[in-house]
Write a protein that binds this ligand. Structure first.
Ligand SMILES: C[S@@+](CC[C@H](N)C(=O)[O-])C[C@H]1O[C@@H](n2cnc3c(N)ncnc32)[C@H](O)[C@@H]1O
Length: 317
């Protein structure tokens, strides 16, 4: 996936115009791009705002190599860090909080991770089940599918795929792996498809694969820890722009932004306010999430499920 024109065509950053607009109040300073990916958003922000710098983070070495090359012409305004945002953002806020004026995250996997057969994300793949964003991390999808206990697999499918009754699929997986390991995405999809409802829009195994991917990469834990970090060490005046792709992610962001916007934190049964009523640490410029407009929807199907939520921390905290 080194620089090639096919990748450029394939990767369209979601809600690009809306992300640019989100940071329109920021004239200078550093924006953290927690999910650099193929640097689509970062490149657009660097081009649009000539006085900002970007600190780009990604846990995927291929994404780091690709985006480092793509952003070469902005080298004096870009710093790229390989790692998880849950580790890197606390470090940046501890050491350089005053210089941070914004933070962007576009959660989930990139289309190029999904589409690259060797990365083992796809249900059409003949390669070993993998799904790791960081290929050096110890837990992969093969281990989850072939070694996790039955109750843990059921939990993952119920919680992360919202499959109400996962016991039949999980029993089929347990039965199969007792005789021979489930090696590839294709094998898993064939086995599970019999037990999953299909729809015209999505392959029946989509949610199953999403659930395994969330587990392998601890995707929800990463978001929670990022929000915890921002809550405990908020960068004054900074704009936070978070893009989610499914309700599990969006719920985490929405609830936390609502909590941060609350002036009164008295228990709901209180007769009168005793907390002082000025507890908000910032505000949401839009109550509703920003979603893709029809022109983007027709160009990029992935934008269908994207939701952008914004939060602005107070100048003095
Ligand atoms: C949807 S893509 C981002 C695309 C990017 N906004 C662009 O315009 O090219 C998500 C990227 O975030 C990375 N990623 C996901 N979770 C991460 C985490 N917890 N820490 C660091 N990088 C992460 C993935 O490896 C992937 O490259």
């Amino acid at each position: 996936m080194s620089s090639n024109s096919e990748s450029e065509v394939l990767h369209i950053p979601v809600l690009k115009a809306e992300v640019i607009e989100a940071f329109s109040d920021i004239a200078e300073g550093n924006l953290i791009d927690c999910t650099l990916g193929y640097a689509g958003h970062s490149q657009a922000l660097l081009s649009h705002y000539p006085h900002i710098n970007i600190i780009g983070i990604d846990r995927d070495s291929e994404a780091i190599a690709y985006s480092s090359k793509k952003l070469e012409k902005f080298a004096d305004r870009v710093e790229i860090i390989k790692g998880r945002f849950s580790d890197t953002v606390p470090y940046l806020l501890k050491n350089r909080k005053a210089q941070i004026s914004g933070l962007l995250a576009d959660f989930g996997v990139s289309s190029l991770q999904l589409d690259k057969d060797e990365r083992g994300f796809s249900f059409a793949s003949d390669n070993r089940l993998d799904m790791r964003m960081d290929t050096s991390s110890p837990l992969d999808a093969y281990t989850v599918v072939n070694q996790y206990p039955q109750d843990r697999l059921e939990y993952i499918l119920r919680e992360y795929a919202e499959i109400r009754n996962p016991s039949k699929i999980v029993s089929a997986i347990m039965e199969q792996r007792a005789t021979k390991a489930i090696e590839t995405g294709k094998e898993l999809a064939n086995l599970a498809s019999k037990y999953l409802r299909s729809s015209k829009k999505i392959h029946p195994a989509t949610l199953l694969f999403q659930a395994i991917r969330i587990e392998v990469n601890d995707e929800l834990g990463e978001i929670e820890r990022l929000l915890d970090t921002l809550e405990s060490n908020p960068p004054a005046g900074a704009i936070i722009a978070l893009i989610t792709f499914h309700s599990l992610e969006d719920r985490l962001v929405k609830r936390r932004f609502q909590k941060w916007s609350q002036e009164c934190i008295c228990p709901s049964h209180s007769y009168r306010c005793t907390c002082g009523g000025d507890n908000a640490i910032g505000y949401m410029p839009h109550r509703k999430p920003i979603t893709a407009k029809s022109d983007e929807l027709s160009l990029n199907p992935r934008s269908r499920s994207a939701k952008l939520r914004l939060f602005r921390f107070k100048e003095s905290l």
